[in-house]
Design a protein around this ligand. Structure first.
Ligand SMILES: Cc1cc2nc3c(=O)[nH]c(=O)nc-3n(C[C@H](O)[C@H](O)[C@H](O)COP(=O)(O)OP(=O)(O)OC[C@H]3O[C@@H](n4cnc5c(N)ncnc54)[C@H](O)[C@@H]3O)c2cc1C
Length: 534
């Protein structure tokens, strides 16, 4: 098939580029080897943030760009991206004192001028303890309260970018691997792809290709018809998820690790607590990385210094995940100092029309996409309209929560929890999901008591949101798979729905169950736990 642009990778960057390109009229194809958002984007801290820490490395430009994009996302995807208050506790032993942090946040506030979030505040010891009662009081001098934003369901941000791309005419091919980048002379011709399920090979042609394969960028380049340089120097980051504990409020903590002085987050998230992250060099196959026991132990020990009353132990860890930051190769410098600024490299000499995306953050994906599409349009010499995504709501964005809740309350059979869930997951598209239950009361039934996801979402995910399998539905569409039991209860209730409404036969149900269990095994920390420390 002939396209103007092929994008390799359905993470946040690939999906964002596909949306921008399609909106500007390019015949666009997005190719993803697995499901949308099945890699790095999903293994992140899920923050939409300026990156306070980047100020320490003088990255003022990156912080400014991130803060502008934070404002865009709060406006255009307000159902998914929400303000998050964070407290930085300052102890007598902290490496960064009150005045240093106060100054950093003063710059942060200055760079976010025009945004909607409140500025920072210095807190006394008592005021800090009032905000987060579980905080360790020993040696506490006080704290600083500031705001950033959180995208609880980052999977949905990717799906909505892909939906917007499709609505603008893009082709979205999931479970399709790019095996070869085809060149004629030094000009890109297209790619050879293989359907991961049928094994069928096919060629897709386009004069421009963006390699947005995250930590796989070098591996994708290795499949080009000519030798390519290596760009990537990934670092691994691990998170753990525990239940909320007494004295944990809705204020997140950005604390300094006792053992090495690294800042790390303790985040209220999805009714649970997300703790991370580590930052170590790692050249492993991105598909094989998982949380190691020493990383889990580090995060537990550091979180316990901040919240000793929580009595966090190995068996409190519900699940853990790891990902590779797709960072540029930068010698032996300290991992934290490797720039998080993205680069878009054109392989002009060897492969004209081929671009690789290196680095970047979820927060800045929209701006990265704008830059990438600007470059492609310029090279192709196409007359294309300017980028509109800074002002355009995502498919679920642009609604008022109260209005949507009132609309859903008029549909019989939905619990209040399910109404709230649908609005928080689908935004203005929630009424379309809820409408499926009219005349089909069984579709209004909850499949997950934690998330309050309903049966209709199983059908909606397959018919409307590119989800071919049960793991895709539960883990990356209706979000039941992020519950403490990783969606196991939801699986039992969702399989009969798929049988009834999607016609899955017994063999298919068994296959889907096995595929789901294989996927969550990596997250399920008990499976990898060392029995001695567990
Ligand atoms: C631990 C950690 C914490 C982070 N926290 C934050 C944060 O809080 N906020 C923030 O803004 N950023 C954060 N980041 C950074 C951010 O997550 C990444 O920079 C971003 O998600 C990268 O997105 P991507 O689309 O480039 O890569 P990915 O999400 O990895 O997507 C690349 C896709 O390419 C696909 N692919 C690979 N090879 C092929 C092939 N041959 N054919 C087809 N498809 C292929 C993969 O399957 C994958 O889905 C964090 C990163 C990590 C690791």
């Amino acid at each position: 098939m002939q396209f103007d642009l092929i994008i390799i990778g359905g993470g946040i960057n690939g999906a964002g580029i596909a949306r921008d390109a399609a909106l500007r009229g390019l015949r666009t194809c997005l190719v993803e080897r697995a499901d949308l958002c099945s890699s790095t984007t999903r293994w992140s801290s899920r923050l939409i943030h300026g990156g306070l820490r980047y100020l320490e490395f003088g990255e003022l430009g990156l912080v400014h760009e991130s803060l502008q994009e934070r404002a865009n996302l709060l406006r255009n995807a307000g159902h998914l991206v929400r303000p998050l208050p964070l407290l930085i506790p300052v102890y007598t032993h902290s490496r960064r004192g009150m005045n240093t942090i106060d100054f950093g946040l003063w710059v942060y506030d200055l760079l976010s001028i025009g945004g909607v979030l409140p500025g920072h505040r210095r807190l006394s010891r008592d005021a800090a303890l009032a905000e987060v009662p579980a905080l360790n009081p020993d040696g506490l001098d006080g704290g600083i309260l500031y705001h950033d934003a959180q995208v609880t369901f980052v999977e949905r941000l990717v799906v909505e970018n892909a939906l917007a791309a499709r609505a603008a005419g893009a082709t979205i091919r999931t479970y399709t691997t790019v095996e070869r980048i085809v060149l004629e002379g030094n000009q890109v011709q297209g790619v050879m792809v293989r359907d991961s399920r049928s094994g069928r090979q096919e060629s897709l042609t386009a004069p421009a290709i963006v390699n947005a394969a995250g930590p796989w960028v070098d591996r994708v380049l290795a499949g080009a018809d000519c030798p390519m340089p290596r760009f990537m120097g990934p670092t691994k980051g691990t998170h753990i998820v525990v239940r909320r504990f007494g004295g944990m409020s809705d204020v997140a903590c950005y604390a300094e690790a006792r053992s090495d002085g690294r800042p790390f987050f303790i985040l209220p998230w999805n009714g649970l607590v997300l703790i991370g992250t580590t930052d170590t060099r790692c050249d492993a196959d991105p598909a094989s990385v998982h949380a190691e026991e020493n990383e889990i132990a580090y995060l537990l020990a550091e979180a316990s210094h901040v919240f000793p009353g929580a009595r966090l132990r190995r068996d409190n860890v519900l699940y853990a995940y790891s990902g590779l930051r797709p960072l540029p190769r930068q010698g032996l410098r300290e991992t934290a100092s490797i720039t998080r600024r993205h680069q878009i490299r054109h392989h002009g000499r060897t492969a004209r029309g081929l671009y690789s995306v290196i680095g970047g953050k979820i927060t800045t994906y929209r701006h990265l996409a704008e830059e990438a599409v600007d470059q492609v349009v310029h090279r192709l010499g196409i007359e294309a309209p300017p980028c509109v995504t800074a002002e355009l709501a995502l498919p679920g964005g642009g609604g008022k929560r109260e209005d949507l809740l009132a609309e859903l309350a008029r549909i019989p059979g939905l619990t209040a929890a399910s109404q709230a869930h649908l609005v928080d997951v689908y935004g203005v598209r929630a009424p379309a999901v809820a409408a499926m239950t009219i005349g089909h009361p069984d579709l209004a039934e909850q499949i997950c008591s934690w998330s309050a996801a309903i049966a209709a979402e199983v059908v909606f995910a397959v018919r409307q949101e590119f989800a071919p399998g049960m793991a895709d539905i539960l883990l990356r569409r209706c979000m039941a798979g992020l519950s403490p039991d990783l969606g196991r209860t939801a699986l039992e209730r969702a399989l009969p729905v798929a049988s009834r409404y999607l016609g899955w036969d017994a063999a298919r149900l068994t296959e889907e169950r096995e595929a789901f269990e294989a996927e969550i095994r990596v997250l399920d920390s008990s499976a990898s736990a060392d029995p001695v420390s567990a």
